[in-house]
Design a protein around this ligand. Structure first.
Ligand code: PLP
Length: 395
């Protein structure tokens, strides 16, 4: 059976050029960068080259790029590290105990925020409009003299809506509040230039742009207050302990290089495929709604609700025919609760339960999209025919 992978927001296959770049460091280039001998110093050079490359591609300085074990660690670090730094700052230390985030963040932000709440911090979870966008004006109104951190994602992982990060950064300017953006779903898909975008902290993750899993970066702009999160050795310029994943760093840097090189061409292709899928679905299936901002969106992500059916049932039926999609984020797809993102966008629960995310990637073709358009209408009709809530007059 031909298998079609349409779940690139969950993860991507390592690009062949990335794999090739990594292989030497899973072999003879095995040195520990902290060792003083030749093996170590060779590895040290490789690590610093990777850091420089990533910095150059993002418009950052090398010393502002810290490698982590992925988006989840970077996000956790931001919340716990900023809270810790605030608590330790000066004579007024610990006075500020309020942070602002949004209801549609990834759980790598939401769960640490909930833990901070249990420790006595106040957290404002901003709502979004029906397209999944945060209102910068509402954010500004939510600021208090006790706000020390604002964390708003750049692109949402379930619906693909892009947030007005530059505008939010503008509104926070001069207020001595740390501004973080979780750019895990944005980097590699839209241009990100940290020379122009005045955020203090930014998380990214290699496996979302054809790099290896378990590799990420936290960008820490020079002068930003954030305490260390992983303690131990003095690696990563004393910012993050643990023997370096040299192959992973090389892979992340190479993947970002390729993603940047191919960004425009890929983006155009993905938008074309996305349009083909959306137009086709509209033509072939009734009672559907698309959950995304009409313009401010990452290329290639289509989140669609099918009335009267369950998303899980659609997914299983698609999988039986070789098509891999997802309902909401990969991390929550095993839970039966409707997506917190769709809920925040005001999508009614019944519709949220019937939502599917198709996230397209570099290897997808028009033929694959057409295959989905051939198979899916039959699946939806079959499920609707079995559904007790499907109106008799539509049968
Ligand atoms: N943030 C967002 C927006 C994500 O989509 C993800 C992964 O799905 C993460 C954070 C977590 O990243 P990682 O899988 O590298 O831990």
């Amino acid at each position: 059976m031909k298998r079609v992978y349409l779940d690139h927001s969950a993860t991507t296959q390592v690009h062949p050029e990335v794999r090739e770049a990594m292989l030497p460091f899973l072999g003879e280039g095995f040195g520990n960068p902290s060792s003083l001998h030749w093996f170590g110093q060779e590895a040290r050079q490789v690590v610093e080259d990777a850091r420089e490359k990533v910095a150059g591609l993002l418009g950052a300085r090398p010393e502002e790029i810290v490698f982590t074990s992925g988006g989840t660690e970077s996000d956790n670090w931001v919340l716990f590290g900023s809270a810790e730094a605030e608590a330790q700052s000066g004579p007024s230390g610990g006075k500020r105990n309020h942070l602002i985030t949004s209801q549609i963040e990834h759980h790598a932000i939401l769960h640490p925020a909930e833990i901070l709440e249990k420790r006595g911090y106040q957290v404002t979870y901003l709502g979004v409009d029906r397209f999944g966008m945060v209102d910068p004006g509402a954010l500004e109104k939510a600021l208090t003299p006790r706000t020390f951190l604002v964390s708003i994602m750049m692109a949402n992982n379930e619906v693909g809506t892009l947030q007005p990060i530059a505008e939010i950064a503008g509104r926070l300017r001069g207020k001595n509040i740390v501004f973080h953006t979780d750019a895990v779903q944005a980097v590699g898909k839209i241009p990100v230039d940290l020379k122009k975008l005045p955020v203090d902290l930014l998380s990214l993750s290699a496996h979302k742009f054809y790099g290896p899993k378990g590799m990420g970066v936290l960008f820490i702009r020079k002068g930003t207050k954030v305490s260390q999160f992983v303690h131990g050795g003095s690696q990563e310029m004393n910012h993050r302990a643990g023997t370096e994943n040299v192959a992973g760093m090389v892979g992340l840097a190479r993947a970002l290089e390729i993603a940047t090189r191919d960004l425009e061409a890929n983006s155009l292709r993905l938008r074309r495929l996305q349009k083909r899928l959306e137009e086709g679905l509209k033509q072939k299936i009734g009672d559907i709604t698309f959950n995304v901002h009409p313009e401010e969106r990452i290329p290639g992500l289509v989140n669609v609700s099918f009335a009267y059916v369950e998303g899980e049932a659609i997914l299983l039926n698609l999988d039986l025919q070789g098509i891999a999609a997802s309902s909401g984020s990969a991390c929550t797809s095993r839970s039966l609760d409707p997506s917190h993102v769709l809920k925040a966008m005001g999508v009614p629960t019944e519709l949220a339960r019937g939502s599917i995310r198709f996230s397209l990637g570099r290897e997808n073709t028009e033929e694959e999209i057409d295959l989905v358009l051939e198979i899916l209408p039959g699946i939806i009709q079959k499920l609707r025919d079995m559904s007790p809530i499907y109106p008799a007059k539509k049968r």
